[in-house]
Design a protein around this ligand. Structure first.
Ligand SMILES: [Zn+2]
Length: 491
């Protein structure tokens, strides 16, 4: 990190104010206003047509699926969807924008007034406002390096021109880089649950710009903000904000003024650089797009779209905490992705005890994966295997010790539970007379505990169960053993 070192006392005088703008590419099959494939990774300049190239005489036609996805995201983010929104031209020149303008929405966006709830450092929940969600199209891509002639030329790939985007603008409600990180994490999770975007930051399908300013604590006005771009991971967002907050405070403390500008994050150096003075909305000369009528979203369309809204992550965690008696951390693990939560719940439903399936998954499988540094999808034990193990445990057909040993073998050999169980089926002693003989021996050898038990100390039963279990080398059928011990001790 560069050498900015302000004392904690100086830092404490200021309050950062952070707002985020997130662009997400919508997962439609075709582009926003033409029939070209919306596909990452194709040969450069192959997914193009007169419409997305902006050739004279071509006319845009709005993709209904893009509207559905944008509306779905708006609802999931608690926004009000406007019945009538207007597409506008945002005019600027850039080599990767052959039309010379971008179709966007300006004063009448698709949706407004939403919010996300994000947990904060002290464990409370903070509601962060969403100003608006509007639809727009993406520009192409300038390629400055990685090609044979990159030293002399910049190449242009126009495949991305016209890709449908939702731009989600937050209120300036965040006060720490951690809150910004949390907001982005929750936002991405919601969008993934809704399946409207793959949110792949490496491929650019989720991009984030941060607006940040500082002010003296208690000051009524916001300070002058800088916009930070080129943030291609949430971790970089947090680092860039930490850097930028200190840079601005230092500027003010040394008698200077923060300039309104756009700055680029350089992750290699861990600092931001001034790129250009920040353009204002009026610089773009927005005007209503003459080739597209107003977008009318009917109540019927909204009702249909609302039906497609999945149970959202926060609600799902709350329900699962109650249903499976989980703690918050475990609920986050089980809902990490919608697909994983769906698989878990579908499997748990078929088990004798869904709660036990959660337990086995989290402690036996989760613990081993964590120790090996593996992700859930690399687990040798399938959901069906976990259900089988949980049921065997529940029926008393294996002890928890045997279950652990079987899982050890699964992970050693990379085999699923059913295969290992079939092969190594632990011997289980379910012969009542043999167990009774062992119980008799233990009772005869321990007159004192027997007396205590019969004197009313019923918890002593556990002592006898433990002794017999040890004598049977862990093979006694636990359910039968419990039953017989109680019977024998009753005399
Ligand atoms: Zn096209």
């Amino acid at each position: 990190m560069p050498a900015i070192s302000l004392s904690p006392q100086v830092l404490a005088k200021y309050e950062p104010v952070i707002g985020l703008e997130v662009h997400v590419q919508l997962l439609t099959a075709t582009k926003a206003f033409c029939g070209c494939p919306n596909q990452f990774g194709s040969e450069p300049n192959t997914n193009v047509c007169p419409v997305c190239l902006g050739l004279p005489g071509s006319l845009p036609v709005l993709n209904a699926k893009a509207v559905e996805f944008a509306a779905l995201a708006s609802m999931a983010l608690n926004c009000e969807v406007r019945e009538r929104s207007i597409f506008a031209r945002k005019n600027y020149f850039y080599p990767d924008l052959p039309k010379g303008y971008q179709i966007s929405q300006f004063d009448k966006p698709l949706a407004e007034h939403g919010w996300i709830e994000a947990p904060t450092a002290d464990g409370s929940i903070k509601r962060i406002g969403i100003t608006r969600l509007h639809m727009e199209e993406d520009a192409g891509k300038s390629i400055h390096d990685g090609l044979a002639d990159s030293a002399h030329h910049t190449s242009i790939d126009l495949n991305r021109c016209g890709t449908p985007l939702a731009e989600i603008v937050s209120e300036p409600d965040m006060r720490t880089p951690d809150e910004a990180f949390e907001y982005l994490t929750r936002l991405k999770e919601i969008l993934l649950y809704c399946a409207v975007s793959d949110c792949n930051m490496e491929e650019g399908s989720l991009r984030c710009d941060a607006n940040v300013s500082v002010r003296l604590k208690g000051a009524p006005q916001f300070g002058t903000k800088a916009e930070v771009k080129n943030l291609n991971s949430f971790r970089f967002v947090r680092m860039a904000l930490e850097y930028e907050i200190e840079r601005q405070i230092e500027e003010i403390e040394s008698g200077g003024q923060v300039k309104q500008e756009t700055r680029l994050w350089n992750s290699g150096e861990g600092r931001t650089y001034s790129m250009r003075s920040k353009e204002q909305a009026h610089d773009y000369r927005y005007f209503p797009e003459p080739d597209l009528p107003p977008l009318i979203v009917s109540a019927e369309f909204l009702a249909e779209t609302r039906k497609k809204l999945p149970e959202l992550p926060e609600a799902r965690r709350a329900r699962m905490i109650a249903e499976y008696e989980l703690n918050t951390q475990d609920a986050f693990t089980l809902t990490a992705t919608r697909e994983f939560a769906d698989r878990f719940e579908a499997a748990a439903k078929t088990a004798r005890s869904p709660r036990r399936v959660a337990n086995v998954l989290l402690s036996e499988v989760g613990g081993r994966l964590k120790a090996l540094g593996l992700e859930q999808e690399h687990s040798p034990v399938s959901m069906a295997g976990i259900v089988q193990a949980a049921d065997l445990l529940d029926e008393g057909k294996i002890s928890s010790k045997q279950l652990k040993q079987l899982f050890d073998v699964c992970f050693e050999k990379g085999e699923d539970f059913s295969a290992v169980y079939e092969r190594e089926k632990p011997e289980q002693l379910s012969d009542a007379s043999a167990l009774e003989a062992m119980i008799d021996q233990v009772i005869a050898a321990n007159p004192k505990p027997v007396e205590q038990y019969r004197g009313g100390k019923k918890t002593m039963a556990g002592f006898f169960v433990g002794q017999v279990m040890r004598a049977s080398k862990g093979q006694a059928n636990p359910a039968l053993l419990n039953e017989l011990v109680t019977k024998k001790l009753a005399g």
